[in-house]
Design a binder for this molecule. Structure first.
Ligand code: NAD
Length: 503
């Protein structure tokens, strides 16, 4: 590990990506192959072998067998902790390589991956290793004739399905929690971004995780993903993805009575009150819209600004958005890289016309970055919306695309903020304590960030309301999701059991 950010690191990109089952990458025999493309060059850099239902079956059976054997599920939490802390150390040790691989297939600036995503991934293993090792049960002695013990046990086989906009970090949050509480797993990363997982699977082996405890399958959602969700030996499904695929996955899991968390899309409001420190609000709103190339579920992409400060905010926001450095994601100076794939870039650009048709004013950007010869780069785009009912205020764009709106009073702002099918996060910028306390209660969102942005804290239960999802992961949310409660009742003496048949 160097900690430095070389412009062209020299790590090998795996030529192929295949499933990882029972501790090894399997010989690929896939009928369907998918090119893994570097969004900065538009060139294929690897080949993904898609897992079909039979391969998914092998992966789930491997997880099931490891779970039933007790090799991990019944291991003492002390020993699990040692192993997971080794995973953390190895992720940090290989951070440069993981960040490089992730950069090559996501286009997220290497500096952001190296500084935030990869250390974040490592931290999940530390946090959950420690949390699981301090988990307590309950002893109830309220009745004189019985003792009641309540304990938490692993659920079983966890299907972990993740998106392409922060692949390693988001997958590690799921993996770390599932593993810490003793589950076995089958991970299905996004078919667009599998590269860093090849290295991550090696890390699990090197850390000493027993074979079969972590497995991975790759492929498209409706093929590999749905085979995984439908598999009868899967006990729970942790899904992070879009608000259109989420309900399908949820319905499929429900048919098998599997518990789920659905972490879905958003169109989060970022409310700037006149009582805010405007420079702080500007920093936060820019980071909340343009970090990770604007591809953030938690983007504060509806920026509601109080009319008295709206002009100043708009001018400064637009000037800084225009000044964001677009470039090669491997370049340490780059602030905004390419979008993840071509069709996604086209979708993002289509919102420029949608916004115009709805009467919005284009203030910045709105097209591909002209100075980049190749790659799916889109300029930081800012529009002023005519009203919150415009499509640009109601639909998730998932790119470097900010929408500004104005309001007069706090109650107007709260009404606009809540006038949405989504409710993932909300941002509030204000130094007026009474306004803050009132607004945090009224905002319909899973998380409210006050005068800050993008604070990923593994202690914080994270998830959305409305179309942004159901369930929570993080902190107590993960304890509840990845464990099953068991009640054990033991009589203190002779049990007072009704004696049927004795007359
Ligand atoms: P997506 O829903 O297309 O895919 C997400 C994952 O689900 C991928 O691995 C995909 O292969 C799989 N998948 C898709 N359809 C499936 C199906 N029918 N059965 C099983 N698996 C299926 O989403 P995406 O385009 O990869 O990610 C972007 C979306 O994810 C955005 O809407 C974003 O807001 C959301 N997201 C939410 C969070 C959150 O925590 N709430 C975090 C990141 C991204």
């Amino acid at each position: 590990m160097t900690g430095a950010l070389p412009l062209k690191p020299s790590f090998n990109i795996p030529a192929t990506v295949s499933s990882f089952i029972q501790g090894r990458f399997i010989q690929a025999e896939a009928a369907h192959q998918i090119a893994v493309v570097n969004p900065a060059t538009e060139l294929p850099i690897s080949l993904l072998h898609e897992a079909d239902a039979a391969e998914v079956d092998r992966a789930v059976n491997s997880a099931r067998a490891s779970f039933e054997s007790g090799v991990w599920s019944r291991l003492s939490t002390d020993k699990r902790q040692v192993c997971l802390l080794r995973v953390r150390d190895l992720i940090l040790h290989h951070a440069d390589e993981l960040a490089y691989l992730e950069c090559c297939n996501t286009g997220i600036p290497l500096s952001q991956l190296r500084r935030l995503h990869i250390p974040g991934a490592a931290n999940h293993f530390q946090f959950y290793a420690e949390l699981a090792n301090q988990l307590k049960g309950e002893l109830h002695q309220h009745r004189s004739s019985y003792q009641l013990l309540v304990s938490r046990e692993p659920v079983g086989v966890a299907a972990l399905i993740s998106p392409w906009n922060g692949p390693v970090n988001m997958s590690c949050a799921k993996l770390a929690a599932a593993l810490a509480f003793g589950n076995s797993c089958v991970l299905k990363p996004s078919e667009y971004t599998p590269l860093a997982f090849t290295r991550l699977m090696d890390i699990f082996c090197e850390a000493g995780l027993p074979d079969g405890v972590v497995n991975m399958v790759n492929g498209r959602g409706p093929v590999t993903g749905s085979a995984l969700v439908e598999h009868p030996q899967v006990d729970l499904v942790s899904f992070t993805g879009g608000s259109s695929s989420g309900p399908l996955v949820n319905a499929s899991a429900a048919r098998g009575l599997k518990r789920t968390t659905m972490e879905l899309g958003g169109k989060s409001a970022s409310i700037v009150l006149e009582s805010a420190d405007l420079e702080v609000a500007l920093d936060g709103a820019l980071a909340g819209n343009f970090m990770t190339n604007g591809q953030q579920c938690l983007a504060g992409s509806r920026i509601l600004v109080q009319r008295s400060v709206a002009r100043e905010f708009r001018e400064k926001f637009v000037a800084r958005a225009r000044a964001i450095r677009i470039g090669d994601p491997l370049d340490p100076k780059t602030e905004l890289g390419p979008l993840a794939y071509q069709a996604h870039m086209q979708k993002v650009l289509s919102y420029v016309d949608i916004a115009r048709t709805d009467g919005a004013t284009l203030l910045a950007g709105g097209q591909r970055a002209a100075h980049m010869a190749r790659g799916w780069y889109v300029e930081p785009t800012v529009v002023q919306a005519p009203s919150n009912l415009a499509r640009i205020c109601q639909e998730e764009v998932f790119g470097p695309f900010a929408t500004l709106l104005e309001f007069d009073t706090l109650s107007d702002a709260l009404e606009i903020a809540n006038q949405s099918q989504f409710g993932l996060v909300a941002y509030l910028w204000s130094n007026d304590m009474a306004a803050v306390m009132h607004a945090t209660r009224e905002l319909r969102a899973g998380t409210v960030w006050v005068n800050t942005t993008l604070v990923g804290d593994p202690r914080a239960p994270f998830g959305g309301v409305k179309q942004s999802g159901t369930g929570r992961e993080g902190g107590v949310g993960s304890v509840e999701f990845y464990t099953e409660l068991k009640s054990v009742v033991i009589p203190n003496g002779a049990a007072p059991i009704p004696r049927l048949g004795v007359h």
